[in-house]
Design a protein around this ligand. Structure first.
Ligand code: ZN
Ligand code: MN
Length: 488
């Protein structure tokens, strides 16, 4: 991204998150878990928008939305009012979406991100509660499908929409924001980010000198950075050749990894908002707000500070751990069985996460348990296996779920610390790598290169520290013998 540096970039996000902890939809009793269900089976006259039906508010949805607003440091209104947002689209059976306009569940909030070691404040303009539309299903991509199918199982599922001010300055920050939001929602126990399509994002992005471009249809925080990076590049190139960036709505094509123009916007769409006459406003009494406040658990920022204090782990490791509730939970559970939390934290952050990424797995999809991670950390701590072996093993353990001690025993992966064995390996390397030895005698840093050779020879099982010591001693001896030109 270096070529984009120096540009004044403004990014704002509109994020829709399903309140996946809810059993039923926002205004009817239909089950909210639509995933993998036969199309149009979790529906009723209310969520199909049939004439004469009346919505009833899911109380738990309002409570969950208030929790989110409070966790994002929003100001709460005196009452919550639902509005009709009118637009015509096949995913919307009533031809309006019940949403919020004035009196949303929260306004003027803030979230702090850590950007290159500094705190970045991102203002949250509003948080509101609304119903999810149905799901449109295309054959192939949206652009080539000869037809559109509609599944109303998702229609009426409770969503919160979080709208930020354009305070993000780079595509990477957009990703960090979504990650943070996801972690906050997971700590609140209202949201499971591992469910496909549970978090969807629209972004607006502008570069100094150009108009604001909206990018719709970004399905995950993994895609948001890609979509925005593409868009930044496209806008920059337009400006470079002297063209203008016109106000426009574009769509992220996840398959081709490009943004495509949807419509050139002349003015703000008119949704003709008006209060939903079938729902009475909900007064937010002090009692209700207090009750919701009491249910707010420790959130990621506070948890990070506690992890550092309680376990004595590094700030950097703690920051990574709290990006996912599941990961922080795993660390805390494992640390109860482990004598060295610092080593454990490093193993989780630098080993386990890498292993999960390698397989493209979410922690909850993997077979690793806190007990096994603790066991592995203890084996490193006790010198039974090297850190390298532990990291290598994690790649297997996340998919097999086997006990580390068992695998190490059956495969003979114990750390090699036997002096005789190490010295033999060192001797062989000194013998074979003459050029490196010569260099190492002049430049100590080359010793690490030789350590690598010894480790390779012992299939990574040798203790790197002991190898280093043995090598250093051997080289000192060579020097003392005055054999600097050894083998010359
Ligand atoms: Zn229904
Ligand atoms: Mn919305």
């Amino acid at each position: 991204m270096t070529s984009l540096e120096g540009l004044d970039v403004r990014i704002g996000l509109e994020v829709h998150c399903q309140l996946t902890s809810l059993k039923t939809k926002l205004f009817c009793r239909c089950p909210a878990d639509y995933r993998g269900k036969p199309p149009n089976t979790h529906v009723c006259p209310i969520c199909l928008g049939l004439p004469g039906t009346l919505p009833t508010v899911n109380r738990r949805a309002v409570e969950a939305a208030l929790k989110v607003a409070l966790a994002l440091n929003c100001k709460l209104p005196s009452r919550v009012v639902f509005y009709r947002k009118n637009y015509f689209y096949p995913d919307l059976p009533k031809n309006f979406q019940i949403s919020q306009y004035d009196y949303p569940v929260g306004v003027d909030g803030e979230v702090y991100l850590e950007v290159e070691g500094e705190a970045r404040r991102v203002r949250v303009r509003r948080v509101h509660l609304e119903e999810d539309p149905g799901r449109l299903v295309y054959k192939g991509g949206i652009t080539e499908s000869p037809f559109t199918l509609v599944d109303y199982n998702r229609a009426g599922v409770a969503l919160i929409e979080v709208v930020t001010e354009p305070d993000l300055r780079a595509p990477r920050e957009a990703r960090l924001f979504l990650q943070k939001l996801r972690s906050i929602l997971e700590h609140l126990a209202v949201f499971d980010g591992s469910l496909e399509g549970a978090m969807r994002c629209d972004a607006n992005i502008s570069v100094a000198g150009g108009a604001r471009i909206e990018v719709k249809n970004i399905s995950s925080f993994k895609e948001v950075e890609r979509a925005l990076s593409f868009e930044l590049m496209r806008q920059r190139n337009l400006l470079k050749i002297g063209r203008r960036v016109e106000r426009e709505t574009r769509c992220w094509d996840e398959v081709r990894k490009v943004t495509v123009s949807l419509r050139v916007k002349e003015e703000e769409e008119d949704y003709r908002y008006f209060p939903e006459p079938n729902l009475v406003p909900i007064d937010l009494t002090a009692e209700l707000i207090d009750a919701v406040k009491r249910e707010i658990p420790e959130l990621p920022d506070a948890r990070k500070a506690r992890l550092v204090k309680q376990y004595g782990i590094g700030e950097d490791e703690a920051a990574v751990l709290v990006t996912s509730k599941a990961l922080a939970d795993l660390f805390e559970e494992a640390s109860a069985r482990c004598r060295d939390p610092d080593l454990l934290a490093k193993l989780v952050v630098h080993g386990l996460l890498g292993a999960l990424n390698y397989h493209g797995l979410d922690l909850r999809e993997s077979k690793i348990t806190p007990a096994h991670v603790a066991e592995l950390a203890s084996m490193v701590e006790g010198g039974v296996v090297t850190e390298k072996t532990a990291k290598y093993l994690l790649r297997e353990l996340v998919v097999t779920g086997e006990a580390p001690s068992q695998v190490v025993a059956t495969r003979g992966l114990e750390r090699v610390a036997d002096r005789a064995v190490l010295e033999e390996a060192v001797e062989r390397v000194v013998d074979e790598e003459r050029e490196d030895v010569k260099a190492a005698l002049k430049d100590e840093r080359v010793i690490h290169h030789l350590v690598g050779h010894v480790l390779k020879l012992t299939k990574m099982k040798a203790d790197p520290k002991l190898v280093y010591e043995a090598l250093k001693a051997r080289l000192e001896a060579l020097k003392a013998e005055g054999l600097e030109g050894a083998g010359g």
